[in-house]
Design a protein around this ligand. Sequence first.
Ligand code: NAD
Ligand code: UD1
Length: 336
Amino acid sequence: MSSKNILVTGGLGFIGSHTVVELINAGYFPIIIDNLSNSDLKVLDGIEKITGKKPVFYNLDILQTDDLEKILNVNNISSVIHFAAYKAVGESVEKPLDYYYNNVSGIISLLKAMQNSNVKNIIFSSSCTVYGQAADLPVTERTPLIKAESPYGNTKKICEEILYDFSKTGNVKVVSLRYFNPAGAHKSSLIGELPLGIPNNLIPYITQTAAGLRNILTIFGNNYNTPDGTCIRDYIHVVDLALAHVKSVEFINKFTDNYEVFNIGTGKGTSVLEIVNTFENINFVKLNYSIGERRKGDIEQIWADCKKANSLLGWEAKLDISDIVKDAWNWQKQLD
Ligand code: NAD
Ligand code: UD1
C-alpha cells in the first residue's frame, strides 16, 4: 500500500493551506514546502488550531532541485500536490520572466526531483484561464484551449503541456485540476486568503470595501451580453476545492492511465451583481459600489461542466455563493 505522506508545495498559501487541513482530516500526512514569497508562517498555527496537528514544514524554494529530492526521499512521499507558483495576472504582464522562471522552471525542477527520487504522482493547479472566452458554455475538458491572455495564463498552459509530455514517458501520473474562481475561507476563520496590496479578485475586493479598507468597489462593466449586463463566473468555495485534491490523491493511486484533466467548479454561473447582492443580503452589510468601465482582458462569461470530476473523482461542490460570501466576510472581519 502506498504511503499517506503527501508533499504539498505552496502549502501555506490560500488553496494549499485549506488542502492541508482537508488532507489531515482525511487521515493523510501532508508535508509542506513553501518559500513564504506569498504567505506567512502564522498559517501553520491556523492549520494546527483547526486540526490539532502541525504538519512538517520546510522553508524551501522549489527551484532548489537537490534539496527537494532529499525531502522527497526522506519523507517516503507517495504523491505531490503542486500549488507553488506566482498568480497575479497583472504582475505577470510587468514581470514575464519572473513568472516563467518561477512557474515553468519551478515545475521542471520539481519533476526532476520526483524522477530522481522515484515519486510518480503529481496533482497540478491549473486554471480555467486556459479556455479564454469559449464559444459554447459550460466548458468541458474537451473545449478547445486558446492563446493565453497573459504570461501567467501561458505558464498554466505550458505547465500542462510539460506534464502531458512527461507523463507519456511513464515516469509520472498526472492529474491537472482546472480551477474556476476559488473564493471564501475556512468556516473557523483561522485560515483564508491574504492578498498582498490592492486585491485584483472580486471577493477580496468586496470584503475589503465592506471593511472600510477600500472606498468603493467598481463593477467592471454592466453592458455585457448577460442577463444583468455584468460578467459571469463560476465561484468555487476553497474548502470544496481542497476536497477535490483529496479525491484526486485517492484517484491517482488507482487510475491506470498517465494523464487526466478535470474542471473544478460548481457548474453554476453567477454574475458580479448577484455576488454583490448576495454579500449584502447574507451579511447584512451595505456595500459601496458603482458601475465602471470594462476591465481590459476580461471575458464575458464562463462556467464549468464538472461531470467528469463528478463521475471519475466522485467529487462535487457542496457549498454555494452564500457560503463563500459569509465565510469570506467572517475571515475579513477578524483580520481587522
Ligand atoms: P498563493 O499565492 O496563496 O499560494 C502559493 C504559495 O506558493 C504561496 O504560499 C507562496 O509563498 C508559495 N510559492 C510561490 N513560489 C514558490 C517557490 N518557488 N517555492 C516555494 N514556494 C513558492 O496562491 P493560491 O491562490 O493558493 O494558488 C495556488 C495555486 O493555484 C497556484 O499555482 C495558482 O496559480 C493556482 N490557481 C489559483 C487560482 C486563484 O484564483 N487563487 C485560480 C486558478 C489557479
Ligand atoms: C481571474 C484571473 C484569471 C484566473 C481566474 C480564476 C485576472 C485578470 N484573471 O479572473 O487568470 O484564472 O481569476 O482564479 O485576474 N470584478 C469587478 N470589480 C473588481 C474585481 C473584479 O467587477 O474590483 C469582476 C471582474 O470583471 C470579473 C469578476 O469580477 O467579471 C471576477 O473577477 P476576478 O475575481 O478578477 O476573476 P477573473 O476575472 O475570473
